[in-house]
Ligand binder design. Structure first.
Ligand code: KG4
Ligand code: ZN
Length: 347
């Protein structure tokens, strides 16, 4: 089945064509990051306008690169949440119109489930079923959670952040350091040159169940205190925004985020009997996080599945791929589907 995927949940306008759920025939992404950078973060109004302007061109590009004709598509899959309401609506409306015009099924896809699926997007990747039961660590700009997956579509949320997402911690930290948006890639790069042991930033442990919505505090994360501690550190050491100290600060700050994520994943792996650890979302690009998770999982005899770099950040191949294996909302329910900005996974 050839599925056209559409993704407009945040600041990437993306379209892709994927065959049989795993063969990526094309994946076109227009990143709006340079437009949001002067504002230090994503501006919803700019994002939705950009989607309206660029989606037609990106759709044409994805189709042309796939080598297929419109008539060779068998379904249109689209992200309907979570994300920015006005941005989601652009993709959802376009997908409905296309599916109606082509007279093919429309499939609504959850963005977080799609991120998780991104590790299975390769001709030779193992199948989703065979990797289950698995533990997924989803780490992006808006979400940070640990999810147990017993089979495709069978999710159970084990833990989540009680305040900022990991990507948000990178972005806010970078802003305090005077670095550009998005902060994750910059801190990754600068931090690699520094000594993480020079400055000990706090690793917050969630101890009370009051804020975790019934989830085990040991599997929940908190990053807002870390950001505040960086703020105070910079107040007392204003010279730290300049190199070479900046490199040590970035390394120490990154290590605190990575430590908290690795420890949470480790606790979850020890509790749950799973065979694989999936790491997905924009923060899964982080080199230090990848290395630390690989070490930790090896010590527990668990295999780690990581997305290819081009499928870590938002893209439409993961959306089309997940739909291609029969997941998502289809049938009558799909035509009345509305954007769901706070859609969850396994909650
Ligand atoms: O998954 P994504 O593209 O969008 C959301 O669904 O949120 O993730 C974007 C996040 C941003 O916060 C960005 O700073 C972070 O991913 N990110 C990274 C790296 N590359 C992107 N964080 C840490 N290290 C990186 N190399
Ligand atoms: Zn995302």
């Amino acid at each position: 089945m050839n599925v056209l995927g559409i993704e407009t949940s945040c600041d990437e306008t993306a379209a892709a064509v994927v065959a049989e759920g795993r063969v990526v025939l094309s994946s076109a992404v227009f990143s709006q990051v340079v437009l949001h950078r002067p504002h230090g973060g994503v501006v919803p109004e700019i994002a939705s306008r950009q989607h309206v302007e660029h989606l037609p061109r990106i759709l044409d590009k994805a189709l042309a690169q796939s080598g297929l004709e419109w008539t060779q598509l068998q379904a249109v899959a689209v992200t309907y949440g979570p994300g920015l309401a006005s941005s989601l609506l652009v993709g959802l409306s376009a997908a409905k119109a296309l599916a109606l015009r082509l007279d093919i099924p429309l499939i609504g896809i959850n963005h977080l489930e799609a991120h998780l699926y991104s590790v299975f997007l390769a001709r030779d990747a193992r199948s989703y079923e065979s990797a289950c039961p698995l533990l997924a660590l989803i780490v992006s700009g808006g979400h940070t959670c640990l999810v147990r997956v017993d089979a495709p579509g069978q999710y159970r949320r084990l833990g989540q952040t009680i305040d900022d997402a990991a990507g948000e911690a990178f972005d806010k930290g970078a802003k305090l350091l005077g670095l550009e948006y998005p902060g994750g890639p910059v801190i990754d790069r600068i931090g690699a040159l520094g000594d993480a042991a020079c400055i000990a930033f706090p690793r917050t442990r969630v101890l009370m169940a009051n804020f975790t919505g019934g989830l085990s505090p040991a599997l929940c994360f908190s990053f807002s205190g870390l950001k505040t501690s960086l703020l105070y550190y910079l107040r007392d050491h204003p010279e730290a925004v300049h190199e070479p100290i900046l490199q040590d600060v970035a390394a120490g700050y990154q290590e605190a985020i990575v430590d908290v994520l690795v420890r949470g994943a480790q606790r979850a792996l020890k509790r749950e009997k799973v065979q694989s650890l999936v790491v997905a979302g924009g923060v899964s690009l982080n080199r230090r996080l990848r290395a630390r998770l690989l070490d930790m999982a090896a010590s527990l005899n668990v295999s780690v599945l990581l997305p290819e770099p081009s499928y870590c950040a938002d893209n439409a191949a993961m959306v089309a791929g997940l739909a291609g294996i029969g997941q998502g909302i289809t049938g009558e329910a799909c035509w009345s589907l509305d954007a769901c900005p706070s859609l969850d996974i396994g909650g």
